[in-house]
Design a protein around this ligand. Structure first.
Ligand code: SF4
Ligand code: SF4
Length: 404
């Protein structure tokens, strides 16, 4: 077996040893001992070429008991928590949820944090969302919809489905269009659903992955309290990050509810949905697998099932698809580090993805994560030849295929 830091580090209170011990507490963290130093993680990392300390190198510094040097570097903030390294590591080391996230926690504690990230975290703490919007306005996106979207504290009854809407679907003007499209679909399927509205807080999964575990727990607790007030059979989410939090992280805090991403929920109702998809959407469509739906949670088929059900759509795959999907750059705090990462890399991951979409002649880049429409639409403005590429949420494409 490969050597590990507690073999070599002195029994003193060395930072490397303390940090190493904390990694062992992460599920499957003990796999760290078996790192082969093969470099596969660095090779697959979208920013591995400019990270001073990609995961494998971090581990070698841990073994050498000089991990404090990693803490002096800013390059950990280039990690977008995309799970690509975790997916390929032959030793099955939980690199994204363990090593990278813990390293960010330590950087935060040491005050080594880019300003723009700090401001998103402060907003989350103060307002319950990283955009700094008023919690009272959380359900404003649904104003004017007929029938009215049920807000749980206003209706005095249980619902079948509690829709955890999420930050960007609630507040971002572009993403609100997809939220309204999903309302239309749920209504036409006659689903009895409600939302938390102002009682919903950020799921905080991206804040957790950006190293703010305390903030994550505080916001998760608030969401748990709100959810505990109401009766429902299941939660659906629009946001894969919320899905990941509710499915994998909240249960550890005693907040446990059945949860599905909306693409899973709708794919399960395909029999009901198919007769409603009567309009042709003539387009070559390619689907971007979100990291937190695909690699982190293994949901690859349901989004494709929905797209293939739309008449007129020809589904084509990009070179990187399913488990090898390229990250949009928004995860793990990347959504709030665009300026910092641009300064370091002079490239945006979202532009790489748009280039892949146009290389397969796609008319539409289909998405199923609220981070992606704004990111890819901005990227398409910068990429030569992407002027005609449309970015659409799967919910929007389904509505396009329904009669008015
Ligand atoms: S891929 Fe896994 S085993 Fe290989 S260097 Fe990276 S962490 Fe170590
Ligand atoms: S999670 Fe993604 S960005 Fe972070 S180190 Fe791994 S491959 Fe690189």
């Amino acid at each position: 077996m490969a050597a590990f830091v507690s073999d070599t580090a002195p029994e003193s209170s060395s930072f490397s040893k303390t940090f190493y011990d904390s990694l062992l507490e992460v599920p499957e963290g003990e796999h760290l001992r078996t790192c082969l130093q093969c470099g596969t993680c660095s090779g697959v990392c979208p920013f591995g070429y400019l990270m001073e300390f990609p995961p494998g190198r971090m581990i070698s510094y841990l073994r050498a008991d000089i991990f404090d040097k990693v803490m002096d570097s800013e390059s950990v903030w280039m990690c977008v928590s995309c799970y690509a390294c975790t997916q390929v590591c032959p030793s099955k080391i939980p690199l994204t949820p363990g090593l990278m996230t813990r390293a960010k926690e330590e950087l935060l504690l040491a005050g080594n944090i880019p300003k723009e990230l700090q401001s998103a975290l402060e907003n989350s703490q103060r307002y319950g969302n990283p955009l700094g919007e008023s919690p009272r306005k959380r359900a404003n996106w649904a104003k004017g919809l007929d029938p009215e979207v049920a807000i749980m504290r206003k209706i005095d009854r249980p619902v079948d489905i509690l829709w955890f809407v999420g930050d960007y679907p609630s507040y971002h003007p572009r993403v609100q269009l997809a939220s309204r499209a999903l309302v239309q679909i749920l209504n036409v399927l006659d689903i009895d659903f409600g939302i938390l509205g102002p009682e919903e807080n950020s799921d905080a999964d991206s804040q957790r992955l950006a190293g703010e575990r305390g903030l994550f727990e505080m916001l998760a607790e608030k969401n748990g309290q709100a959810l505990s007030k109401y009766q429902f059979n299941e939660i659906i989410t629009t946001d894969p990050h919320a899905y990941n939090a509710l499915r994998n992280e909240y249960p550890g805090l005693g907040i446990s509810h059945p949860v599905r991403h909306y693409t899973q929920f709708l794919a399960d109702r395909l029999d009901q949905l198919l007769p409603l998809l009567t309009q042709e959407v003539k387009a070559k469509v390619t689907f971007h697998d979100p990291c937190y739906l695909g690699r982190a949670n293994g949901v690859y088929d349901e989004p494709r099932t929905l797209l293939e059900a739309i008449p007129g759509i020809k589904l084509v795959e990009m070179q990187h698809n399913r488990s090898t999907s390229l990250c949009c750059g928004g995860g793990g705090g990347g959504m709030w580090l665009d300026g910092f990462q641009w300064e370091k890399a002079h490239v945006r991951l979202s532009e790489w993805r748009v280039r892949e979409a146009i290389s397969v002649d796609a008319d539409v880049l289909a998405v199923a994560c609220p981070y992606e429409s704004p990111r890819f639409e901005d990227a398409a403005k910068m990429v030569e030849g992407a002027g005609q590429l449309r970015v659409k949420d799967i919910a929007e494409l389904l509505v396009d295929a329904m009669e008015d």
